[in-house]
Design a protein around this ligand. Structure first.
Ligand SMILES: CC(C)(COP(=O)(O)OP(=O)(O)OC[C@H]1O[C@@H](n2cnc3c(N)ncnc32)[C@H](O)[C@@H]1OP(=O)(O)O)[C@@H](O)C(=O)NCCC(=O)NCCS
Length: 159
C-alpha cells in the first residue's frame, strides 16, 4: 500500500465498521509507524476493494484490521490479503499472528480458520455497539526465530 490509498482505506473502514471506524488521521499516523504493515487489494479499475493492517513487534504479529468491500466479498480477496500478511509476518521474523474477532463474526472466523488460526481464549465484553466477547485466534508458524534477552533462538512448533 502507498499513502495514496489512505483515503480509500478510510472509506472502507466507514463502510465496514460504521460504529467505530479507524479515522483517516489514525490510519495516516499508523502508516508512518514502521511496525505497521498495510496491504491493499485492488480491482481492475484500480479501486481499493480490501485492506489488511498488521503490527509486528519482535517475533509477535497482530492483525489490527482486515476488511473487504461488500460487493467484492466471497471472491477470495480476504484470503489473498491474509496470505500476503502471513508471508510478510514470516519475512519479518514473526513466529505467530494473532487477532481478536467478534464471537458472532462467522465470515471472519471462517476466513481465519481456513489459515489454521485456532481459538486460544476470549476477552469478555471486549467490543461495544453491540457489546460482545472477542475470540482470540492465533496462527503459529512452523519455524521462526524467537527474540530472547540472550539472543535469537531457533524455535519450532510440532502439532
Ligand atoms: C471477513 C472478510 C474480510 C472476508 O473477506 P472475503 O473476501 O469475503 O473472504 P474470501 O472470499 O477470501 O473467503 C475466504 C474464506 O473465508 C470464509 N468465509 C468468507 N466469508 C464467509 C461467510 N460469509 N460465511 C462463512 N465463511 C466465510 C470461507 O471459508 C471462505 O472460503 P470459501 O469462499 O472457499 O468458502 C469480509 O467478510 C469482511 O470484510 N467483513 C467485514 C469486516 C470484518 O468483519 N473484518 C474482520 C474483523 S476481525
Amino acid at each position: 500500500m502507498t499513502a495514496l490509498s489512505i483515503p480509500e482505506v478510510a472509506r472502507l473502514e466507514q463502510e465496514c465498521f460504521p460504529a467505530h471506524p479507524w479515522t483517516q488521521d489514525s490510519i495516516e499516523e499508523c502508516f508512518q509507524n514502521p511496525a505497521y504493515h498495510f496491504f491493499v487489494a485492488k480491482n481492475d479499475a484500480g479501486e481499493v476493494t480490501g485492506y489488511i493492517a498488521t503490527y509486528i513487534v519482535r517475533d509477535e504479529a497482530f492483525v489490527e484490521n482486515v476488511c473487504v468491500t461488500e460487493t467484492a466479498r466471497r471472491q477470495g480477496v480476504g484470503r489473498a490479503l491474509v496470505e500476503r500478511a502471513i508471508e510478510n509476518c514470516k519475512a519479518n521474523g514473526a513466529s505467530f499472528l494473532s487477532l481478536e474477532v467478534r464471537r458472532s463474526n462467522q465470515a471472519a472466523i471462517g476466513l481465519y480458520t481456513a489459515f489454521d488460526f485456532e481459538i486460544e481464549g476470549t476477552r469478555k465484553k471486549y467490543y461495544s455497539d453491540p457489546e460482545e466477547d472477542a475470540l482470540i485466534m492465533t496462527c503459529h508458524f512452523g519455524q521462526a526465530k524467537m527474540w530472547t534477552p540472550f539472543g535469537d533462538a531457533e524455535i519450532s512448533f510440532i502439532d
